[in-house]
Design a protein around this ligand. Structure first.
Ligand code: B12
Length: 226
């Protein structure tokens, strides 16, 4: 029987393998943890923590851009193993439509893709506009698709202005249904202050909280008198 200290060792081991950019070892640990039937979402979160530490080392100039690229590649390989299991384990019956994308100027999409995977598992229809999406594109697509929710992803500090512009454009839409669509922002660096600055309704820094938030917002919008 696996002991708690083993579990902790495996968690810390994975975080540090990712942070140290040890591709083969990190992927092997993901496989090992899946064999031990660890919660796949916890494994994703540990990889995310490893990536956060890679970012810190990049800031301290211990890593270069190639380090960020390698970190992204490790995460991609981990998700290749984790996605099929997440798809089987997590199911839900929400029937909301969400318009999702990474805002203009930002090409980070790993977190957005993760969220999209989970939302789909939980029964949402996700329209993913990709990365570097201009504010006007969000508005045009919102007018066509009439989503229940709009999700904006952004990891760069500079993306906050793109988020703010997108929210402003949506809120100014003459069609009141579009103008009042709840907007959620997501990304590792977000906080309440940023959320207020961009004018969004809610913010999150992890995908599972994001899914729960979307479920709650969907429920509220469906029980709201029209
Ligand atoms: C991997 C990575 C890259 C890869 C991205 C690959 C890809 N396909 O996405 C590459 C190499 C391309 C890259 C490029 C750059 N990067 Co980069 N990158 C990272 C790194 C290490 C990890 C990001 C990541 O994928 N995390 C894992 C995912 C799972 O987490 P997440 O994105 O936060 O998503 C989770 C939640 O936030 C949430 N979520 C995300 N989006 C949404 C949306 C909604 C609606 C909801 C509900 C939830 C949600 O769900 C996810 C949970 O699974 C971060 C470090 C960090 N701290 O994040 C730096 C980081 C984001 N990058 C940074 C920088 C500076 C850059 C570059 C400018 C570097 C350069 N000189 O060119 C460029 C930017 C290019 C551009 N125009 O966008 C800085 C940003 C600093 C800042 N304050 O602006 C960071 C923070 C590193 C650092 N500490 O300095 N990067």
């Amino acid at each position: 029987m696996e002991t708690i200290s083993n579990l902790n060792d495996l968690r810390l081991g994975l975080i540090s393998r990712v942070a140290d950019l040890q591709e083969t070892e990190a992927v092997a640990l993901v496989k090992r943890r899946l064999e031990l039937q660890h919660d796949p979402i916890e494994i994703v979160e540990d990889c995310q923590e490893g990536l956060r530490q890679v970012g810190e080392r990049y800031e301290r100039q211990e890593y270069y851009l190639s380090g960020l690229i390698m970190a992204g590649e490790i995460f991609r390989q981990a998700m290749e193993l984790l996605s099929p299991i997440i798809e089987v384990q997590f199911t839900g019956s929400a029937s909301g439509v969400i318009l999702l994308g990474t805002v203009e100027g930002d090409i980070h999409d790993i977190g957005k893709n993760n969220l999209s995977l989970l939302l789909t598992c939980y029964g949402f229809t996700v329209h993913d506009l990709g990365v570097d999406v201009p504010a006007m594109e969000f508005l045009n697509q919102a007018r066509q698709l009439r989503p229940n929710l709009i999700g904006l992803s952004g990891l760069l500090t500079s993306s906050y202005d793109s988020m703010a512009e997108t929210v402003k454009l949506i809120r100014a839409c003459p069609d009141s249904q579009i103008a009042s669509t709840p907007v959620i922002v997501g990304g590792n660096q977000l906080n309440e202050q940023v959320c207020q600055y961009v004018g969004a309704d809610a913010w999150v820094t992890d995908a599972m909280t994001g899914v729960r938030l979307c479920q709650n917002l969907l429920q509220n919008s469906q029980t709201r008198p029209s």
